[in-house]
Ligand binder design. Structure first.
Ligand code: AMP
Ligand code: GLY
Length: 430
């Protein structure tokens, strides 16, 4: 099988590295890829290659796929899915892992997602949607704080404000309608503020059925103790020890209900849950693998990912058979100084080989590239995802942090408390 993965983050490195383990995969391309996705050794063929393709350009991707006998295109990020790249490729008869634009609207429009949840009896925060500032401000004043303000469209994870005060909420509403998020903010969704730990559940969805992966938990704030600005995610672990059995059942049932309402969906559906005192509720659906969740979930997958993705892409639910190792995985993000604000690029990265020599450790690249001298250098805010497997949560954590110490680049920034709250138990969220 010849496979093309679209994307350039840690998620795509983890997807590519897991596909490379399949004896079915004879050729693997990543477009545009990063410093880690070039040259991954394949069990079933020659090493992987990066390709300079624009992931939003369906025509260029389709031409490449036809010219290179690609059997399956795996779309990593949300932007091409929402823009209809999967639809265009399918029209050319190419098998695609990732939903078409109508289904991708679940992530592309928060108002659409809320309506979908209402129609399908999926628990979520109460909400109202507005297309003008005056009505939105009146609603916010009536509801009071805390309250959550969201730009409707895609805003790279930056379009959500959990407002502790009425003034913050009013500012957030004004910012949206003043164009802070461009067109994405021309509709604003205002939600009740939920409480509880968050938990991500990724699921293979095809033929109206959901095949859940192990749960994971992201750490979105930049600094220790869940302080500082929101980021794309600074660390993650899987599974999640604080989830009770009845909560797990409720999350699985919610993903089943969502999948049943999406008969044409072919890809990963990401349920972002909050474990509220009234049970798990959906914070958001994403229409792709999570980043950095994927980096701790896929290393625990024992089934053949290429076979699974092909079965999902072809709507063969019966062939979606998953098995998982009973290890724990902890992933720590090494970021550039200044992230999620401005940061410098081009810093030489050392120590990855030494880190990967530790038992159970894999380093996924998120923002790296090679400079003119062939050195591996930083090229993004989130630079590396250091992932360790262990037979206990504590062991996985210790290994991950030991590996983080061996890797160096100027300005290396990391959280030192990934998984610490979960180790203290559910009371840590009280
Ligand atoms: P989203 O982009 O929708 O995932 O929101 C980003 C983050 O904002 C979530 O991971 C939550 O931490 C927080 N958040 C979003 N919606 C709510 C809500 N209704 N109540 C409390 N926190 C929320
Ligand atoms: N880790 C959050 C996301 O992928 O949206």
């Amino acid at each position: 099988m010849n496979v093309l993965v679209l994307g350039s983050g840690g998620r795509e490195h983890a997807i590519a590295a897991t596909l490379a383990k399949s004896p079915q995969v004879e050729a693997l391309f990543v477009a545009p890829g990063n410093g880690g996705t070039e040259g991954i050794a394949l069990v079933g063929g020659a090493p992987s290659k990066n390709v300079a393709l624009d992931q939003m350009d369906a025509a260029a991707v389709g031409e490449f796929a036809e010219a290179n006998g690609i059997d399956l295109v795996v779309i990593g990020p949300e932007a091409p899915l929402v823009a209809g790249v999967a639809d265009a490729l399918r029209e050319h008869g190419i098998a695609v892992y990732g939903p078409n634009a109508p289904e991708a609207l679940l992530e592309g429009s928060k108002e659409h997602a809320k309506r979908f949840m209402g129609d399908n009896d999926i628990p979520t925060a109460a909400y109202a949607a507005f297309d003008n500032a005056d009505d939105a401000l009146a609603y916010v004043r009536e509801q009071g704080a805390p309250i959550v303000i969201k730009a409707d469209g895609l805003a790279a994870g930056k379009g959500v404000v959990v407002a502790e005060t009425l003034a913050m909420a009013e500012d957030a509403v004004r910012a949206c309608f003043d164009g802070a998020f461009g067109d994405a903010g021309s509709t604003v969704v205002i939600e009740e503020c939920m409480t509880g730990p968050e938990c991500s559940m990724l699921s293979f969805v095809t033929g109206g059925r959901s095949f859940p992966m192990a749960p994971s938990q992201d750490h979105k704030r930049a600094y220790d103790g869940d302080t500082g600005p929101n980021t794309g995610g600074m660390g993650v672990y899987s599974p999640v020890p604080i989830v009770a059995d009845d909560e797990m059942d409720a999350m699985v049932a919610i993903m089943d209900r969502a999948a049943a309402a999406l008969p044409a969906y072919r890809g990963t559906l990401y349920g972002g849950f909050m474990l509220t005192p009234c049970g798990p509720k959906i914070v958001e659906f994403n229409v792709r693998f999570g980043d950095p969740e994927t980096q701790v979930v896929l290393p625990r997958l024992q089934s053949d990912l290429a076979e699974t993705m092909m079965a999902v892409a072809e709507g063969r639910a019966a062939d979606t058979d998953l098995s998982w190792s009973d290890t724990w995985a902890v992933g720590v993000v090494l970021a550039s100084a200044g992230y999620p604000g401005d940061y410098e690029k081009g810093k030489v990265i050392l120590g990855i080989e030494e880190a990967e020599a530790l038992p159970g450790v894999t380093v996924f690249h998120a923002g790296t590239t090679r400079n003119a001298d062939g050195e591996l250098v930083t090229a993004g805010g989130r630079v590396l995802n250091v992932v360790a497997l262990g037979s206990t949560f504590e062991q996985a954590r210790e290994r991950a942090y030991e590996a983080c110490e061996l890797i160096n680049f100027e300005g290396k920034q990391l959280r030192t408390d990934i998984g610490a709250k979960a180790l203290r138990g559910r009371e840590a969220w009280a």
